[in-house]
Write a protein that binds this ligand. Structure first.
Ligand code: SAM
Length: 248
């Protein structure tokens, strides 16, 4: 927690760590304006109990299609796209129950830090409970769109399965560029609408019903390039895209 406080742009005078994570949202139910049913579900008490074992693997498989990576494959891909190694500081934006954050903690080791940021108290409670106390992992309750970290303070930013449910995804990408050091790495897993028009229409309807934005192919890569990212590497799987990029 001490290491996490050093990363903050404005460390609180009296930090609220009563629940095992640093809470910067106080009593607020969520961060930013609501975006729909999926984001709301993430704040329920029931979802965190089934999220890592059932919900995420099942919905992920539907979204990624039969040829997309498994959950273990996603963990490995995230580490590769982020170029993570011992001693690194990584911010896992919208960490949910912390499955990726814990994995990153094992990679960065005792000299590094994996920070899991989320706005949902039930998700963070589950993440804290699942994380050994001596691991190099800390959790932060804050807004993913504007992470309260210092400029250039982290080596890597991961944001899997969440950008499409933020109220301001483009502003979130600007924030990710701001908190990364020059040469830092970004990894994203988000939506990607099919190019074929009939499939595109179905994708759009699904997005509207679930309150999740369906990005067009090329849209995220363009937003990243506009924000100073280079080496933008995009792989499509079903209605998803895995994106890796380096901040120039
Ligand atoms: C589907 S989960 C993704 C969890 C994890 N990254 C994964 O890949 O399994 C999406 C998470 O985004 C969080 N979230 C949505 N909008 C947010 C916001 N504006 N600020 C912080 N967290 C947010 C939700 O609380 C939820 O835990």
């Amino acid at each position: 927690m001490t290491k996490l406080l050093t990363l903050l742009a404005e460390p609180p005078v009296d930090p609220d760590i009563a629940h095992g994570y640093l809470n910067l949202l106080g009593e607020a139910e969520q961060a930013g304006p609501p975006t729909g049913i999926t984001q709301r579900l993430m704040r329920t008490g029931m979802l965190p109990t089934v999220y890592e074992r059932w919900w995420r693997p099942a919905l992920g498989r539907i979204a990624k299609g039969p040829t997309g990576p498994s959950m273990a494959g996603e963990h490995a891909l995230a580490v590769r796209l982020l170029g993570l190694g011992p001693g690194d500081t990584v911010l896992d934006v919208a960490c949910g129950t912390g499955g990726f954050t814990r994995h990153f903690g094992g990679v960065v080791g005792a000299d590094g830090l994996a920070v899991g940021l989320d706005a949902s108290s039930p998700m963070l409670a589950k993440a804290v409970a699942a994380t050994p106390v001596d691991s190099p992992v800390a959790y932060l309750r804050a807004d993913a769109v504007r992470p309260p970290l210092r400029d250039g303070s982290v080596d890597a930013v991961c944001c899997f399965a969440a950008l499409h449910m933020f109220a301001e995804p483009a502003a979130a990408l600007s924030s990710f560029a701001r908190v990364l050091r020059p040469g830092g790495r970004l990894a994203l897993l988000t939506t990607a609408r099919h190019a074929w028009q009939p499939a595109r229409t179905v994708d759009t309807a699904l997005g509207v019903a679930s309150g999740q934005r369906m990005f067009d192919r090329g849209e995220i890569a363009n937003l990243l390039t506009e924000r100073g990212f280079t080496a933008v590497d995009v792989r499509f799987a079903g209605v998803t895209q895995f994106v890796g990029a380096t901040l120039a």
